[in-house]
Design a protein around this ligand. Sequence first.
Ligand code: C2O
Length: 450
Amino acid sequence: MKLGASVLLIGLLLGGIALGQNVRKSIATLDPNGPEIASLRKGIQAMQSRAATDPTSWKFQASIHATYDQPSNQQEVQTWNQCQHGQFFFLSWHRMYLYYFERILRAASGDASLTLPYWNYSDPTQRGLPLPFRQPADPSANPLFVSERDANMNDGTGFLPAGAVDLSALNCTNFDTSDPQCPSPYGFGSAAVPQPEHFNELYGALEETPHNVVHVLVGGQNVSGQCNGSWMTDPLCSARDPIFFLHHANIDRLWKRWLDQGGGRQDPLADQAWMSTQFTFYDENAQPHQLTGKDILDTVGQLNYCYDDDPGCLGTGPPQPKNCSVMKLVCGNEATLVCDPIPLPDTLVLEARDKDAVPLPDYRGVGLTPPMLPDGANIVYDAPISQLDNEFKACAVDQSFRRNCIPDIPFFGPDLTGCPGGPPPHPLPTCAQCRKEGCACRAGGGCLCQ
Ligand code: C2O
């Protein structure tokens, strides 16, 4: 988002960093040419353009997972090669890693609504590598493409076999010990150990299948030992491939699906090592942070994200109507709204389309003002409003990510009110217009819409 407007506006936006729930969505629900994939590419590209010594760079983040490179300073010695495998820090460590990685990627993309998608390969229709990761098949045009993968997965002719993405791990009832329903002697989430171990081999059922199996099938068999061959197959190279993060988001999601089933399933809450061992990560400002197991138990309450299939993540029941009586584009890329108060942590989103109703995904702005959105709040676009045939609408998005578009004037503009040569302010909609939109009239002007 470009912060090209007034100081007031910048203050409002910074105050809005605590946005609503971040919903991690299935990649299959995203348009390959839509705004989410565009933001994903933009964020990866920005991270890749940073110096490898920058903790927020693509390379440094991959090295936090694991690397063949020699660390060149204390910071690198302490934070590289931390990934936890083959024991019960596997799930918790990767959740922490993805959490800070997602924050860095979001900031790098400039899209405050960016979240990591997940790849639900256990769905029979999703056994191939997601399209945006293989087309265009050119790393300079498509940051989601890397050539260091199995050739068939990359060209769309390869599919994960059903056995590779089997979910019988969900049958286990114990986190780290055997039970009769569990395909691994080390339970669902791998064996308990007294302290972190970068690579162990006491794989629990989920880490084995689908986690390990999918790594190898996506990466292929051409392992060079120096990241010249199969990235996903080699844990020292795997986090260089963007699909790594969608794979791990899915594993992280399956951990939640496992807990949901109840029947005695629970995290090792009584294990002091699992609960209290600290790991270090960097945020989007390259500031170090420590996380422990007890900090990441609740993705909603502690980490502010949910998966689109988490119960309640997308909200239940109808969204609360919010009303804006007047909206006008002030100038450049600002809009002024006069609205009912919108409580935190809801957000307002401005959407645009051209007159032919073609969506303009780049023209999307997010605004939020603490503690309530007062009348006359400004929200800003991430692109200048310059095309006079564009139309706009505002939507309120509540904390459960339910979108409620404010339909007083469903799409409005081209109204460059206040700009040199601009037209007069947009009039309030008449009662007749309100009824046409399926809304009631509002005392004092404007519409009340459900
Ligand atoms: Cu730390 Cu799937 O790898």
